[in-house]
Design a protein around this ligand. Structure first.
Ligand code: ZN
Length: 189
């Protein structure tokens, strides 16, 4: 799967080895902030890197989400690092020891996340050439997506970070507001 914008032209520049996985390096991303790139060829199906962090309850997770939203409002780091583990617990991966937190969302991802024996893994969907930015579908709900614009650059990008199954709702909303704008424009012309 080719994602033109997600392949950095020179990921080796200022690329840093991630101790947590032999497969990846981190480097500046065209999508957002820093990203994670394939250091070597990664065969499809590879367990590339574990998403590690603090295991927290859903209640603690909700509390931290409020703090995150406040940070974002103040212009600080609004990134979401909380990952759903199961019905009772989440994993907060907001720490430097978890380079997987830097993996960006894409509407045409080359990786997917999976929970294997209580641990969160990022796995390769396709063969991934060296230097390619790794991405996966964050799987946000429609409501969650409203606060998160997507800049993945994929041809099918929905414009917002939202689970593949809910992308049609985002597209419908954008089409409706576009039609409304056009109607207002025609009325005032
Ligand atoms: Zn996108």
């Amino acid at each position: 799967m080719a994602i033109s914008k997600s392949v950095s032209k020179s990921p080796k520049l200022r690329a840093r080895r991630a101790a947590a996985s032999p497969w990846v390096v981190t480097a500046d991303s065209a999508i957002h902030g820093r990203g994670v790139y394939a250091r070597t060829f990664i065969p499809a199906g590879t367990k590339i890197i574990e998403y590690t962090g603090e295991r927290i309850t859903k209640a603690e997770s909700a509390r931290r989400e409020i703090l995150r939203a406040r940070r974002q409002q103040r212009g600080g780091d609004g990134c979401v690092y909380i990952f759903e583990l199961n019905r009772r617990y989440d994993v907060d991966g907001r720490n430097r020891g978890n380079p997987a937190r830097l993996i960006n969302h894409s509407c045409e991802p080359n990786c997917r996340s999976d929970i294997i024996r209580g641990r969160i893994w990022i796995l390769a969907i396709d063969d991934i050439p060296p230097g390619t930015e790794l991405t996966f579908d964050y799987g946000y709900t429609y409501a969650e997506s409203l606060n998160h614009r997507c800049r993945c650059g994929a041809p099918s990008c929905a414009g917002y970070i939202v689970d593949a199954n809910h992308r049609w709702r985002v597209r419908r909303r954008l089409a409706l507001s576009e039609a409304r704008r056009a109607a207002v424009g025609a009325a005032t012309a």
